[in-house]
Design a protein around this ligand. Structure first.
Ligand SMILES: [Zn+2]
Length: 294
């Protein structure tokens, strides 16, 4: 499992956030950890969680140690004390409803005092570390600068995701993957439409340039956009896969040459060579059209 950032590094990155962003991120981490605790415990007890169940309902079914609160004493501070006496920055407040017991514990002492199985606690704390990694991912993206992917503005995103975007925090890779999966068809459709529009624009500009007097043809065709290997894959991987799956149907030598060209262009792009995006698009769309996939 990859290591979370050091406390020092998290502190440095957190300082880049304003109050709203910091509070949002802290809440997100806390809520995620509480739900992870709940899910793991429910799973262990064979309780199937349903969307319409309230947290209180679930807890009355589980009837075991509940994670009430995660206290954070702040960077460099250890104001809390574990039941064992160890000073703590992060303090997990756990409560047993039936036995009416509350403990304040550090992560390492969770097993000793709750008598929950070490395997379960290990699953839970591994889950906590995954959540810390996700927080690190958000912090690092914020430092590097981030923009919301195209077309997300028209999606019915879950409310907390909209809020996260609204406060100005990047979405984690995990959140992005989930959205891409959930809205796959809608996003594919939008992206295809956009490509068609882009292609039409390129064709029109080429036509204009071709029909212009000779001396003006050196002017840039469109405002240059730096096309990277990652951009091409993120936009066209599905289409390339479709062509690959149907390549046996490319029965004319011209089409086979185009397919060969495209693959070579991608290899060259990956290797850092010059890349003609409009040439790539035109050939790719011709192939898709030829195969009846467009
Ligand atoms: Zn302890």
């Amino acid at each position: 499992m990859p290591k979370p950032l050091t406390e020092n590094e998290v502190n440095r990155l957190t300082k880049l956030l304003d109050d709203r962003k910091r509070t949002f991120l802290e809440d997100y981490v806390k809520q995620s950890k509480k739900s992870r605790w709940l899910e793991q415990l429910a799973r262990k007890k064979g309780i199937v969680l349903q969307d319409n169940m309230s947290t209180t309902d679930i807890w009355s079914k589980i009837n075991d140690w509940e994670l009430k609160e995660i206290l954070d004493g702040g960077y460099g501070e250890r104001p809390y004390r574990c039941e064992c006496g160890m000073p703590l920055r992060f303090c997990y407040v756990v409560h047993h409803r039936q036995e009416n017991k509350t403990y304040r514990l550090g992560e390492t002492c969770l097993t000793n005092y709750t008598m929950l199985s070490p395997d379960l606690i290990k699953d839970i704390t591994n889950g906590f570390h995954t959540i810390d990694l996700e927080r690190d991912n958000i912090l690092l993206k914020f430092e590097r600068g981030w923009a919301m992917p195209e077309h997300y503005d028209i999606l019915p995103l879950p409310e907390f995701i909209t809020q996260q975007i609204e406060v100005g925090l990047p979405l984690s890779t995990k959140q992005l993957d989930k959205i891409e999966q959930q809205f796959k068809q809608e996003l594919q459709r939008r992206r295809r439409e956009q490509e068609m529009a882009r292609l039409a624009r390129i064709r029109e500009q080429r036509f204009k340039v071709a029909s212009m007097p000779r001396h003006a043809s050196g002017s840039p065709i469109e405002s240059p956009e730096k096309i990277t290997y990652e951009i091409v894959l993120s936009r066209h991987l599905d289409q390339l896969k479709q062509i690959r799956e149907n390549e046996v149907k490319l029965n004319s030598p011209q089409m086979q040459t185009k397919w060969h060209n495209i693959q070579q262009m991608i290899k060259d792009l990956k290797g850092g060579l010059a890349f003609d995006y409009s040439k790539f698009l035109i050939q790719m769309f011709e192939l898709l059209y030829h195969l009846g996939l467009y």
